[in-house]
Design a protein around this ligand. Structure first.
Ligand SMILES: Nc1ncnc2c1ncn2[C@@H]1O[C@H](COP(=O)(O)OP(=O)(O)OP(=O)(O)O)[C@@H](O)[C@H]1O
Length: 255
């Protein structure tokens, strides 16, 4: 059974004078532990689709199923979000920031401490728990944001351009880090990105949306040879350029 089923999703935004159809008949499934990317022209509805999957927006048409269960806005699945900005609270320490989601759950403070320490170690920042976000670089802050997301053990991770605010070197390092960490935790993830290279490097499948309204134009299966590599290694592989050119050509054909 598919872990996530996106079934005939359609969405329109309504104002007092008009309705704007943003998504039409979006249909795909994601398996447990799979990493899928959404790409497409600006304004084709990628963020709207993520918000629908997260249960933040009720679609005008269609349904979302997680593990076969129909999702409702009243009872959304436990979703982890990673965004372009890290949204760490500047007045809280790194450890307190990681604990924010955990505090809403019924665990003891001692259990929180164990989780936070394990995550700090995992993100390679074991000694920053008592520091404040302003003392960390952009890449380090995004690693903390990932730890905060993983702390609540979400069913699905939704990544909305989480690397786009970083310099190129930090972006490549963080792609590798996030890819390895999510694999390690066997998390199912959906990434929205404008960077075709990033989508190829991180994903098992790339879904290309066309715009006005957003529909699925084509789904690309990333070759097995690339899927076994880290994102950085994928970018060095001989097959990378041909996959890039194939997706680029399709994206260009959309105008
Ligand atoms: N709350 C809203 N109310 C009305 N229109 C909206 C709303 N949110 C988004 N839109 C419109 O819906 C369309 C799709 O927006 P969305 O942000 O989902 O696209 P996107 O593919 O993520 O864009 P980008 O790649 O530029 O980030 C756009 O035309 C946008 O202006």
């Amino acid at each position: 059974m598919a872990f996530l089923t996106v079934e005939h999703i359609g969405h329109s935004y309504f104002s007092t004078t008009q309705a704007k159809e943003v998504l039409r008949d979006i249909d795909f499934t994601v398996h447990e532990g799979e990493f899928v990317s959404l790409i497409g022209p600006s304004g084709c509805g990628k963020t709207t689709l993520l918000s629908i999957i997260a249960g933040l927006v009720t679609p005008t048409e269609g349904n979302i199923y997680v593990h076969g269960e129909k999702m409702t806005v009243q009872q959304p699945p436990l979703i982890g979000y990673m965004l372009q900005q890290d949204y760490l609270f500047p007045w809280k320490t790194i450890a307190e920031n990681i604990t924010i989601g955990l505090n809403m759950m019924e665990h003891s403070k001692k259990a929180h401490k164990v989780t936070v320490n394990a995550l700090l170690k995992e993100i390679g920042l074991p000694h920053v728990g008592n520091h404040y976000p302003r003392e960390l670089s952009g890449g380090m802050r995004q690693r903390v944001a990932l730890a905060r997301t993983l702390a609540v053990n979400p069913k699905i991770l939704l990544l909305d351009e989480p690397f786009s605010a970083l310099d190129y070197q930090s972006k490549l390092k963080l792609e590798d880090f996030v890819g390895a960490t999510l694999k390690n935790h066997q998390k199912t993830a959906i990434l929205v990105t404008h960077d075709i290279g990033e989508a190829i490097a991180m994903s098992e499948r790339v879904i290309l949306l066309s715009a006005n309204p957003g529909t699925i134009h084509r789904i690309f299966d990333i070759p097995k040879e690339l899927r076994q590599l880290s994102p950085f290694e994928v970018r060095q592989h001989a097959m990378y350029t041909s996959v890039f050119q194939m997706i680029w050509k399709e994206l260009e054909s959309l105008g």
